[in-house]
Ligand binder design. Structure first.
Ligand SMILES: [Zn+2]
Length: 456
C-alpha cells in the first residue's frame, strides 16, 4: 500500500486536468435530463474512451435508452493471500432539468470560458465521472500496476432514485458492480473548523421515509361554516408538526466528525464538544462556534426530520372538502426504523389525522475506520499539508444506498476557496459550472488516491 512516488512524480498533472476538462465538456453535450434520462449515448462515450486504452466493459441498459457504463480494469498483481475485492470509481450520468431561459450560456454546450466549464452536470456530477475517466486512462497508459481490480461505473438514473440505474444493476447484474469500496459524490468540500481545514468525507446518508398526513371530516356548503373540518384538523396537525423539536441523536459519522474537529479548537470548545458527545443536545450543538451553513447541516443530520412540502385538497371554493392531504418529506437517521418513525409522527400530530408512509428507506453508514478512509486522509494531507479529513453524514441521498454491499465514501475534494458558496447555489440551479482548477485538483486527488491505495 506504499505510494509509488516514482510513478506519481512522473505524472503530467496538467495533461490529466486537460483530459478531465475535455471529457466533462463532451459529457455535458449529451442531454441526459432525467426524466427521461437517455443516458445510453453518454455511457457509450465512457466505454469508448476506456476502449481507447485497451480496457473493456459494457453499456448495460435497464430499458431502452437507460444505459449505465461498467468498465473493469483487472489487477496486474492480485497480490498474495486473500484476493482484494475491487475499488469502484463511480458517479451518475443523468442530470436534473434546466430552465433554459434563466441560463447565461447553453446548459448543454459544455463551453470552456475564462477557466470555467459551463453546463448542467458540471458539478452534479459529470465532473467526477470525467475525472475518474481521465484518471483511469492515465493510469492504464502509464502501465501502473495495481493489486485489486478497479471498476469505473457511470450509472443512469440517480436523480430520480436509481431504480433504472444503480439499484437495477445491483439487482440484475451484481457481478459487474460488486466491490469492497466505492468513491462517489456527496463530499469533499473543505471547511474551516477552529484553526484548521477539514475536508468532509461523506460516510453516511439519511433515508427518505416520506409521509402522508390525511385529514377527514364532514363536508358541507361553505356558506354555512362548520366547527370541525378537514381543513381545521390538517391546520392543527401542521402547527404541531412545525413546533415539534425531535430528539437529538448522534450517529457514528456525526460523532466521529465532532471527535475529529475537536482538537482544532481551544480548550473551552473542546470541553463543550466532549459534553455533547456524552449527552447530545441541540442547545449545546447550536452553541458551538460554527458558521450558519454548518449549523444547518448539523441540525438536519442529528435528528429525524419531517418537512411538509405539498398540500392536496379542495376542489370548489364553495365546498368544504371532506378530505385534505399533506405530503411530508421525512428523512430519517441511520438506525431509525421507518415504521417506528411513522408511529412517532402520528403521536406528534395527534389522532385526528392519519399518518401513512409514502416510502420506507433507512439511512446508511460506512465505517470511517477503514484503510480507504485512511488513504483518503493521507492523500489530502499530501496535497493540502495541514488539512485533515472528517467524516460526515449527509441529509440527502445518493446512489450509495442502491449498492448496499459496498462501503461508499462520498469524496470529490474541492480545496478552500471563495467558490464553495457559489457552488452550493449552482447544483440543480441555473448557470451550473466548475472552475477548471477545482476539476484538476480533484482529478489529481483521485489519481494519487488510487495509486496509494491499490499500488502493487
Ligand atoms: Zn448527483
Amino acid at each position: 500500500m506504499a505510494e509509488q512516488t516514482g510513478t506519481a512524480s512522473a505524472v503530467d498533472w496538467d495533461h490529466l486536468g486537460r483530459e478531465a476538462v475535455r471529457h466533462l465538456q463532451a459529457l455535458i453535450r449529451y442531454d441526459t435530463t432525467n426524466p427521461p434520462g437517455n443516458e445510453t449515448d453518454a455511457a457509450h462515450y465512457v466505454l469508448d474512451a476506456c476502449r481507447e486504452v485497451g480496457l473493456d466493459g459494457e453499456v448495460v441498459e435497464s430499458a431502452p435508452g437507460r444505459g449505465s457504463a461498467v468498465v473493469r480494469w483487472p489487477a496486474a498483481r492480485p497480490g498474495s493471500g486473500e484476493a482484494k475485492r475491487p475499488l469502484m470509481l463511480t458517479g451518475h450520468l443523468d442530470v436534473v432539468s434546466v430552465e433554459r431561459d434563466a441560463w447565461t450560456r447553453d446548459p448543454f454546450g459544455g463551453e470552456l470560458v475564462d477557466g470555467w466549464v459551463w453546463g448542467r452536470g458540471a458539478l452534479d456530477m459529470k465532473s467526477q465521472v470525467a475525472a475518474e475517466l481521465a484518471v483511469l486512462q492515465a493510469l492504464v497508459r502509464a502501465g501502473v500496476e495495481l493489486d485489486r481490480d478497479i471498476l469505473l461505473v457511470a450509472f443512469a438514473d440517480e436523480e430520480t432514485g436509481g431504480e433504472m440505474g444503480a439499484s437495477w444493476l445491483w439487482e440484475h447484474r451484481r457481478d459487474l458492480v460488486d466491490a469492497e469500496y466505492a468513491i462517489n459524490e456527496g463530499g469533499g468540500t473543505a471547511v474551516p473548523f477552529g484553526d484548521q481545514t477539514f475536508y468532509l468525507c461523506q460516510s453516511g446518508e439519511k433515508g427518505a421515509s416520506r409521509l402522508r398526513i390525511t385529514a377527514r371530516a364532514k363536508p358541507g356548503h361553505a356558506s354555512v361554516p362548520l366547527d370541525d373540518t378537514a381543513m381545521r384538523r390538517l391546520g392543527e396537525a401542521l402547527v404541531k408538526l412545525h413546533e415539534w423539536e425531535p430528539a437529538t441523536v448522534l450517529t457514528d459519522p456525526v460523532r466521529q466528525m465532532l471527535e475529529t474537529i475537536a482538537p482544532a479548537y481551544p480548550a473551552d470548545t473542546r470541553a463543550a464538544i466532549a459534553a455533547i458527545l456524552a449527552a447530545p443536545s441541540w442547545e449545546a450543538i447550536s452553541a458551538l462556534p460554527l458558521d450558519h451553513e454548518t449549523r444547518l447541516m448539523l441540525r438536519a443530520t442529528t435528528r429525524d426530520t419531517a418537512v411538509p412540502t405539498i398540500v392536496h385538497g379542495g376542489h370548489r371554493i364553495n365546498v368544504i372538502p371532506s378530505e385534505v392531504v399533506l405530503d411530508v418529506d421525512g428523512r430519517i437517521l441511520p438506525g431509525t426504523d421507518p415504521a417506528e418513525w411513522r408511529d412517532r409522527v402520528q403521536g406528534v400530530v395527534g389522532d385526528e389525522v392519519e399518518v401513512t408512509l409514502l416510502s420506507e428507506e433507512r439511512g446508511i453508514m460506512a465505517d470511517p475506520a477503514s484503510p480507504l478512509f485512511d488513504a483518503i486522509a493521507a492523500t489530502v494531507a499530501e496535497m493540502d499539508p495541514g488539512a485533515k479529513v472528517a467524516p460526515y453524514l449527509v441529509s440527502g441521498g445518493t446512489d450509495a444506498r442502491n449498492i448496499p454491499g459496498v462501503k461508499v465514501y462520498g469524496f470529490f475534494p474541492a480545496p478552500p476557496s471563495e467558490r464553495h458558496a457559489l457552488y452550493s447555489t449552482l447544483v440543480h440551479g441555473h448557470d451550473e459550472r466548475i472552475a477548471v482548477e477545482d476539476l484538476a485538483f480533484a482529478s489529481q486527488f483521485i489519481h494519487r488516491l488510487v495509486t496509494r491505495f491499490c499500488g502493487a
